[in-house]
Design a protein around this ligand. Structure first.
Ligand code: GAF
Length: 374
């Protein structure tokens, strides 16, 4: 199968940039609570070729659909092209003189699978526009800009994890990000050295009401933080959890808070295990994270629960849904030589349950946003 880079139509381009999708190893719905996340970049890339145009006008062409969307400054763009248009908007808002450009996009990041295809698109477009403009905006400052584009232009109230992962991840590492200070640590994540692998199962579950449910979870956390008189749920640790829960009347809100507080601790414990070179130890943390998303945060669906259960029954050390939820992908930590067996078990369980067949692939941590010379 050809890669996105191979499918990118021949230029000429003034520059070509690539940004990856991501999986989150652990730390779900913690980013907008000022908490901790631990994503790594996928080898799946969104590649953008850019050619400078005269005047403040932009055209975006998708290699996949052949569709071209054109806009000028101040236009309101909808649909998939809202992501690149949002980047033009946010860079101009930040006072940058964004040159007109024709952008051509090819992508290997599965769309709608919870693997951050939108962040990959945003980050690669931003890299192209900054390159064309000759602007040296540090990589560390770019996720905030891309998140603002997604929040304020596209209108999705997401946190900062996906744009940070797509921009800052390094090959062979998971990115430990403190979403309050934005401090980062590249945590070595070389599973092959320990005979292990991460199997990704794309459940293909149809997403329904995702954005409304995401916004509702976020609102509930913010309301809880207000009641508890803290800036964000990050300010509550496990030692203070019971006392915090006792101050909340609403049972649903109590469960949301318990997920966020315990999930932050699981990220810290996962990072400790990886720093100690003990990747197997993260398995139970992954599985506990899944249970918390299923029972307390209520963001899983039968397909992902089935994938997790089948992977564990087939001998995975741990398994969990990754990403925003209501479908999407599951990660399973498995012995490298048992990937095919675990995959077959998940496929069997899906067939038994009458679900559409899932996709499955093994991933290793890849590079964040980078320039392509061609
Ligand atoms: C989505 C969001 F975009 C992220 O910011 C994050 O909240 C994630 O869901 C859940 O951890 O990917």
């Amino acid at each position: 199968m050809s890669t996105a880079l191979e499918r990118l139509p021949d230029g000429p381009y003034d520059c070509v940039w690539a940004s990856p999708g991501r999986v989150n190893l652990i730390g779900e719905h913690t980013d907008y609570n000022d908490g901790y996340v631990l994503p790594f970049a996928l080898p799946h890339l969104t590649v953008v070729g850019a050619r400078r145009l005269d005047g403040p006008r932009w055209s975006i062409t998708s290699e996949q659909t052949g569709e071209t969307v054109e806009f000028t400054a101040g236009d309101r763009v909808e649909g998939w092209a809202a992501y690149p248009a949002g980047i033009v908007w946010v860079l101009r808002e930040a006072g940058h003189d964004v040159p007109g450009a024709a952008l051509t996009i090819a992508s290997d990041v599965p769309f709608g699978a919870g693997l951050s295809s939108s962040a990959a698109l945003e980050c690669a477009v931003m890299a192209c526009l900054l390159d064309l403009a000759g602007l040296d905006v540090p990589m560390a400052d770019r996720p905030r800009l891309a998140q603002r584009a997604e929040n304020e232009y596209v209108g999705a109230p997401t946190g900062i994890m996906d744009q940070s992962a797509s921009t800052l991840c390094q090959e062979g590492h998971a990115l430990f990000l403190d979403c309050r200070s934005l401090a980062t640590e590249q945590v070595p994540f070389d599973l092959a050295a320990q005979g292990l692998a991460i199997l990704v199962v794309d459940s293909k579950a149809p997403h329904a009401h995702v954005s409304g449910e995401y916004a509702a979870r976020r609102r509930s956390c913010e309301e809880a933080a207000k009641i508890l008189d803290v800036t964000a749920l990050r300010d509550i640790d496990e030692a203070g959890l019971d006392a915090a829960l006792a101050r909340l009347d609403d049972e649903v809100m109590r469960r949301r808070v318990r997920h966020v507080v315990t999930e932050d601790q699981r990220v810290l414990d996962t990072v400790d295990a990886l720093r100690a070179g003990n990747a197997r130890a993260i398995g139970p943390l992954m599985t506990a994270s899944h249970a918390s998303m299923r029972d307390d945060y209520e963001i899983t669906v039968p397909e992902v629960d089935t994938a997790v259960e089948a992977a564990l029954a087939a001998g995975a050390y741990g398994a969990r849904m990754t990403g925003g939820g209501f479908g999407g992908c599951v990660l399973a930590l498995v012995d490298a030589e048992r990937c095919a067996e675990v995959e077959a078990a998940v496929r069997g369980a899906f067939a038994d349950a009458g679900f559409a067949p899932p996709d499955a692939f093994v991933v290793t941590p890849a590079e964040g946003t980078h320039r392509i010379s061609r």
